[in-house]
Write a protein that binds this ligand. Structure first.
Ligand code: GLA
Length: 398
């Protein structure tokens, strides 16, 4: 699947570094490279597995997989992050889970590609990430989608974008054990420079929403914490939502309004009512944010982001002190300080915040927020300014 259009990430400085790292690891030149970006979600959190709406974008950094074919039917996978470790796979046999644990994202995708009819050759592959450490911008989806794109490139099989995203989601469920929704993989496959991606997670219909880059910038601030609650907490929230939907007599919470949730208060009990209230109000906020974006009303988009954070903190209970501290610091700067809005992004319990800020002041805002955050928590946050970017791509290197 050689891409005709130039893709910023495949002509960039990191690519040279990636190829050098491959040579350093395997002692030969890579002949193919696949790349998939990370993502941030502007709004629409914990709605995807409820059949709701999300508005993520692919970012301008991600995961590279440099590779070279082998003639002996062996797949060797290494990671620049974990030198000395290696996964070995016989490509003619059914690919199963194995060590090292990071290789399961690739193994799961290879198993899915086999099931979709791909005949994979042997290969050497090196994983190289330009995503910030500490998580929160979907490095797992980036790795899965990069692996799927490499499988396409090596086998000649072409997957429809949605099928590719779903294959990667299945790999995450079955091989990594995380019951994620479809948002991350869809954003990473379908991302387009200059556009956010509105996904209706029930019908899986998508729409590109233009995000003009001159006036506003997307600032990502990494709290550098990941609370242990992450895995269990995510699964628990999913179960809460499924139980609330069952009590409301629907398949997905997407099908009910905040008013219907309020009316069913007695049946749901306080905790499930809070969970369902978050999901139903967040769906409304996401659609309202699309309308506001389309008329360039940044103030309203920011207001909706702040409301989203409050709902995730109080009703869905997936925020944490560190995420709240970043949001409070950004909010204290306010519009006069160039901040339209800020919220946690992704699964929660740590990870990153996303802020919509005046484009010319993004770096200054990042420095101010990080200074306050450090004073309050003693933790040095990291940050970067990003823009909606293109999704996954692969090419042969000549
Ligand atoms: C994680 C999951 C997504 C989504 C978000 C919360 O990132 O992978 O599917 O559920 O959490 O919005």
């Amino acid at each position: 699947m050689t891409s005709a259009a130039p893709h910023a990430q495949l002509v960039s400085t990191p690519l040279r570094e990636v190829l050098e790292a491959f040579r350093g690891s395997f002692g030969v030149e890579a002949t193919e490279v696949a790349y998939a970006p990370g993502r941030v979600n502007l709004i629409g959190e914990h709605t995807d597995y409820n059949g709701g709406f999300v508005l993520p974008m692919a970012i301008d950094r991600g995961i590279y997989l440099a590779a070279r074919r082998r003639e002996d039917g062996v797949g060797r996978i290494r990671s620049a992050q974990f030198p000395g470790e290696e996964a070995r796979v016989e490509v003619a046999q059914e690919v199963v889970r194995g060590e090292p644990s990071w290789s399961n994202y690739v193994r799961g995708v290879m198993a899915g590609a086999q099931a979709a009819g791909a005949r994979l050759p042997g290969f050497d592959a090196l994983i190289f990430s330009t995503l910030p450490v500490g998580g929160g911008v979907s490095s797992s989806a980036a790795l899965e989608v990069a692996a799927a794109t490499l499988c396409e490139q090596l086998s000649g099989l072409t997957l429809a974008p949605e099928a590719k995203a779903l294959l990667c989601q299945r790999a995450e469920h079955d091989f990594a054990g995380t019951p994620c929704g479809i948002m991350d993989q869809f954003a990473v496959v379908l991302g387009k420079a200059g556009y956010l991606l509105l996904i209706d997670c029930q019908s899986q219909a998508t729409r590109q929403v233009a995000m003009p880059g001159e006036e506003v910038a997307v600032l990502v601030i990494n709290t550098m914490v990941k609370h242990a609650l992450n895995d269990g907490g995510y699964r628990q929230r999913r179960e809460d939502c499924e139980e609330a939907a069952r009590l409301l007599g629907v398949a997905y919470l997407r099908e009910v309004s905040p008013e219907q949730v309020a009316a069913a208060s007695g049946r749901l009990g306080p905790q499930l009512e809070r969970r369902a209230r978050h999901v139903t109000t967040e769906n409304g906020r996401t659609l309202a944010a699309v309308e506001a974006l389309e008329r360039g009303d940044w103030r309203e988009v920011g207001r909706l982001m702040v409301a989203s954070h409050g709902s995730l903190r109080d009703d869905f209970e997936v925020s944490c002190a560190e995420l709240d501290a970043v949001v409070a610091a950004a909010e204290a700067l306010g519009e006069a300080g160039g901040v339209y809005g800020c919220r946690m992004t992704g699964g929660g319990f740590g990870g990153c915040c996303v802020a919509l800020v005046e484009a010319g002041r993004a770096e200054e805002i990042a420095a101010q927020v990080k200074a306050v955050y450090f004073r309050e928590t003693g933790i040095a946050a990291t940050s970067f300014v990003t823009r909606p970017s293109d999704g996954a791509v692969a090419r042969r290197l000549d």
